[in-house]
Design a protein around this ligand. Structure first.
Ligand SMILES: Cc1ncc(COP(=O)(O)O)c(C=O)c1O
Length: 467
């Protein structure tokens, strides 16, 4: 089966020297390019678009059936048996779904007010747990500082034993959105359950890279709540997804209420639907996005999830290997840990904001920099470097800007549409930038927030859109 096609691989942008270059997209960890099948499915669906929950007219029939099909495909895509798990569409991404679970579990298991959260989380899998009045204890990672690895299973087990009967749940990401380091989620599930805690896994960075098998032969190894965003799986405009065990959802309150999730409503009372996903799906879900996402999942499944895993993992290995041979480069995270999807690095002679700007402005390479909504994790890896900063020659009013310019990293992420020539081009560009840094630097002014602005070149977004 052929690799799915993607939209925007031939997009060209004018760059600072007046050339027009084909953009190389290496920012898929934020949002990858769209799969063509997502667009085709939306186009095919639009003439039949209707709200769901009815079979009375033909469009409603098509939409209702297609959404049920999409839910089934979604469960299959993550290897979740439908007698145990349900799939719920939530808001625009993973953030809404994680907030939903944090709220529900805090209500359902309020006698347990400790939550264990890994020290490498995106804010989306950290702040919602703090917000529910829980005491959050951070699970240490293996290694130290810039060389931290995955969740430290020995430390986790100690925390689980020490706070037994007080821990509501453990929350970890399957893959870090900063370092691409992969956590051993099956082992984490086993440990959490052994100590009567539940497990929430943020799969936002795993879903496009690793084959997921939620249903296991031993249920004590199963993840209770698995969450991801459709836009991270080549489907912009698609919903967030919560895959949850139905038995747990039944014990949880805190869902959004409204039409669709209730069976009987009087002026004084209401009854929730008994069936999933309806009981959890109030209001009109993102029908179009959910169906497009399922079509993408089907295409990826047909191409082969193992092929995808291998392709992305090999490119990351190649990237790490080439980048680490360059002078002045530090790649964050334990070098022996398993990684996929993304890596973060710094060049000791070039601030993260400047390097990211030059890559875009002179090479049309799209990467991301700063702290990637994972400030505590990024800070913990940069701590030593920031401590070593010599602020003696910096005037007090420039101090914060100087620190901001150093507090961050550059992240390269790999998607299914990237290939070895993208990596070669990136590495050659970094080599050239290193040699010509003084020349490039003259064209930029540094901003108080740590970013760098080109003095004479800027992109006019309206030139690119018919708006
Ligand atoms: C690991 C991780 N979790 C959660 C999120 C939040 O996803 P969304 O913005 O789609 O809600 C992101 C987004 O980058 C992420 O990388």
């Amino acid at each position: 089966m052929n690799k799915p096609k993607f939209i925007g691989l031939d997009t060209r942008y004018e760059i600072a020297d007046g050339q027009c270059l084909q953009r190389i997209h290496m920012d898929g960890a934020a949002s990858p390019l769209a799969a063509e099948i997502a667009q085709t499915t939306m186009q095919n669906m639009l003439p039949h678009y209707s709200n769901t929950h009815s079979y009375v007219h033909s469009s409603a029939h098509i939409s209702t059936k297609a959404l049920t099909w999409a839910t089934d495909i979604t469960l299959d895509f993550v290897g979740a048996k439908s007698d145990v798990y349900t799939a719920i569409y939530s808001g625009s991404g993973a953030t809404a779904a994680i907030n939903r679970v944090a709220r529900g579990l805090s209500i359902a298991r309020k006698e347990r007010n400790i939550v264990l959260v890994s020290a490498m989380e995106h804010h989306a899998n950290d702040l919602p747990h703090r917000e529910q009045g829980n005491q959050v204890i951070y699970i240490p990672l293996t290694g130290e500082g810039a060389n931290q690895g995955a969740v430290d299973l020995i430390a986790l087990e100690k925390l689980l034993s020490k706070h037994r009967d007080q821990i509501n749940y453990v929350a970890v990401s399957m893959v870090s959105n900063v370092t691409g380091i992969v956590n051993p989620v099956t082992e984490i599930a086993r440990l959490a359950h052994k100590h009567d805690a539940l497990l929430i896994v943020d799969g936002a960075q795993a879903i496009a890279h690793i084959p997921i098998e939620l249903s296991q032969s031993d249920p004590s190894n199963e993840i209770d709540f698995f969450i991801f965003s459709g836009h991270k799986l080549y489907t912009p405009g698609s919903p967030g997804i919560l895959i949850a065990k139905k038995t747990l959802l039944k014990q949880m309150g805190g869902q959004d209420l409204g039409g669709g999730s209730v069976s009987e409503v009087s002026y004084h009372d209401y009854e929730l639907q008994t069936e999933f996903p309806y009981r959890e799906q109030s209001g009109t879900p993102n029908i179009l996005g959910a169906i497009a996402l399922a079509a993408v999942m089907q295409a990826l499944e047909q191409y082969g999830k193992d092929n995808i895993n291998r392709h992305n993992r090999e490119l990351i290995l190649s990237l790490v290997s080439s980048l680490s041979k360059q002078p002045n480069i530090v790649i964050y995270g334990d070098q022996d840990s398993q990684r996929t999807g993304a890596i973060a690095f710094n060049h000791s002679q070039i601030d993260h904001g400047l390097l990211a700007a030059i890559l875009n402005d002179y090479y049309a390479i799209a990467v991301r920099n700063e702290c990637f909504c994972a400030h505590p994790y990024v800070s913990s890896m940069l701590k030593e470097e920031l401590w070593k900063l010599d602020l003696d020659d910096i005037s007090p009013d420039q101090e914060q800007a100087y620190i901001n310019a150093k507090r961050g990293m550059v992240r390269i992420s790999i998607s299914l549409y990237n290939n070895q020539s993208d990596i070669d081009y990136l590495i050659n560009s970094i080599k050239e930038i290193s040699l010509k840094i003084n020349e490039y630097q003259k064209h930029y002014k540094s901003m108080p927030d740590g970013s760098y602005l080109h003095k004479s070149f800027s992109l006019n977004w309206q030139d690119y859109l018919d708006l």
